[in-house]
Design a protein around this ligand. Sequence first.
Ligand code: BTN
Length: 254
Amino acid sequence: MSFDLARVTAQLATGEVTWSLHYEPSCDSTQDLARTAAAGGAAPGWTVTTDLQLRGRGRHGRSWTAPAEKALLFSTVLQPPVDVLPLLPLLAAVTVAGGVELSTGAAPQLKWPNDVLLNGKKLAGILLERPPGSSVILGVGLNANQSAAELPEGATSLAVELGHPVEREALLAAILNDLGNAYERADREGVDWILPGWRSRTAMLGKPVTFRRDGVLLRGLAEDVGADGALLVRTADGSRLSIVAGDVELVRPD
Ligand code: BTN
């Protein structure tokens, strides 16, 4: 079934962020549509979703593919306050996981910086892009109704894990509502709650990680995340590395 924007609107809470929802049956990438909208002056909250991406992109130059009408694919224009900006990768993951839990009852785990896992497999990917100007484009690809055969290796979907189809519209509304609440909370309380929120949903702290920096594979123990959102890794020689999202590619939490 093609995506029904009216069902999202009906489930959206009104708050600080005014959501402006758009739908394209297919497109190259919702990131490109949102970038064009932002360049044309779209306000924060401008969001586009699609049933099919022809050139969906992931992190580290990878592609992101999903069969038509199965995944939740959207991009949102944001203008986060400066104190939220470094923590946005973690905050985005927390809100996607929160939205999934609110909407379906499934409790995802997080993998730094912003992968959303269910039962150890990738459920959703998040891409943050900063075009020229003050906007950030948040892109989310969430595996909703793909069958096991339609998923890449190491990935899962809500339908596979829950054993029944899920409504993509309800998922989008829940994620946007959670994001709106997060914005309001950051305004009220600052950003100190974001790291505890992320830590409470991750299983990777205290575990070995392998990552790639400048083509070199490095191993260490993931100790914590820092106030700037960096992953703090203790290497075998005892030094502590601060890994900034985008600088390195996390190969695997071992
Ligand atoms: C990742 O590599 O894990 C991030 C994947 C992000 C995919 C989403 S799908 C909607 C939006 N449009 C894109 O082209 N990419 C993001």
